[in-house]
Write a protein that binds this ligand. Structure first.
Ligand SMILES: Cc1cc2nc3c(=O)[nH]c(=O)nc-3n(C[C@H](O)[C@H](O)[C@H](O)COP(=O)(O)O)c2cc1C
Length: 303
């Protein structure tokens, strides 16, 4: 069952989220990738990054907390060691970009686009580094960033990944669209912290981190609904709803809220084959609703 993400046609409505699928090929070793509409690379920066000190991940009753710190091989390492392995994957690859300046984003995005990836996603919402997230907190800066990446990468579909926003009209979403984003990815992890009472220390080496998984899902549903209804639908900008999707019902909620495709992150760590079940459940749901495809149910929340 295909899903439309603007000019990007996905064979399936599910997208593997950045940072949860390696650079793409690693996920392909444990899951047949035709079950996914696309896979997103971990965020790639200009220089290689070793990431934060351990522990980088902690389990929570409602998901997980991480502060990986954008560990990645850098654009040169990605192009030499990983890009060739993405050539024959069974689904398109979205290249995720992170950086500390507009120059960084443009440099990496241009290189990823020239390497022939299917789309670019600008991650301006990582809570675990002190840099990229600043863009999503400063609407004019975000608009300039998206404009610069847009003009450097030509016609390649451009996704912008935003943080959770509690405002009914997200300034960041408006800025991203005004800057030329083709798709919004909503959302990244939510800032959080866990403390071990025995040692009195934070459970992550960095102290705080980002929460993902079922605990953030209702907040993401609400944001997708708000951004779709108040901003994105009018601008014809599709949304990837991403946060806490563990089963087909979670995915269906995001579609009804206004997502044209659904991201899966933490669920891949629990069991990558969950996506097979989610697809089956969505197919059944579409049939039961008496429509042709998920596209007919995007934003179709009954009042
Ligand atoms: C271990 C881990 C690493 C992540 N790394 C990235 C990353 O490199 N870039 C990015 O944009 N998001 C990253 N994310 C955020 C996910 O892509 C996703 O937005 C978030 O986890 C919410 O989705 P989920 O609840 O389905 O996991 C990471 C998440 C986790 C759990």
């Amino acid at each position: 069952m295909p899903a439309m993400l603007g000019k990007l046609k996905l064979q399936r409505p599910l997208v593997a989220a950045a940072g949860t699928a390696g650079t793409g090929w690693e996920l392909g070793e444990v899951l047949a990738l035709h079950h996914l509409g696309a896979v997103t690379t971990k965020s790639i920066t200009r220089e290689a990054r070793s990431g934060n000190a351990p522990m980088r991940v902690a389990e929570l009753p409602t998901g997980m907390l991480n502060a990986v710190g954008l560990a990645n091989p850098g654009i040169a390492g990605f192009l030499s060691d990983h890009r060739p392995r993405l050539e024959h994957l069974d689904c398109p690859v979205i290249g995720s970009v992170a950086g500390a300046s507009i120059d960084d984003y443009v440099f990496v995005a241009e290189a990823l686009a020239s390497s022939g990836l299917a789309a670019i996603e600008c991650n301006v919402s990582c809570p675990n580094t002190g840099d990229g997230r600043l863009f999503s907190e400063d609407a004019p800066a975000l608009k300039s960033l998206v404009q610069a990446v847009r003009s450097a990468t030509g016609k390649i579909p451009l996704l912008v990944k935003l943080p959770l926003d509690f405002q009914p009209r997200s300034e960041a979403a408006i800025a991203a669209i005004e800057g030329g984003a083709d798709v919004l990815t909503l959302t990244n992890t939510v800032p959080g912290m866990a403390i071990d009472p025995a040692t009195r220390r934070p459970r992550l080496g960095k102290g705080a981190g980002g929460v993902s998984g079922p605990g953030i899902h209702p907040m993401v549903v609400r944001m997708v609904r708000d951004v779709h209804a108040n901003i994105a639908a009018d601008a014809s900008v599709p949304i990837i709803g991403l946060g806490g999707v563990m089963n087909w019902g979670d995915a269906a909620e995001l579609i009804l809220a206004g997502a044209s495709a659904v991201g899966v992150g933490t669920a891949l760590f629990a069991d990558p084959r969950r996506v097979v079940k989610i697809n089956k459940g969505l197919d059944r749901w579409v049939r039961d609703q008496g429509v042709e495809s998920v596209s007919d149910l995007v934003g179709a929340l009954a009042s």
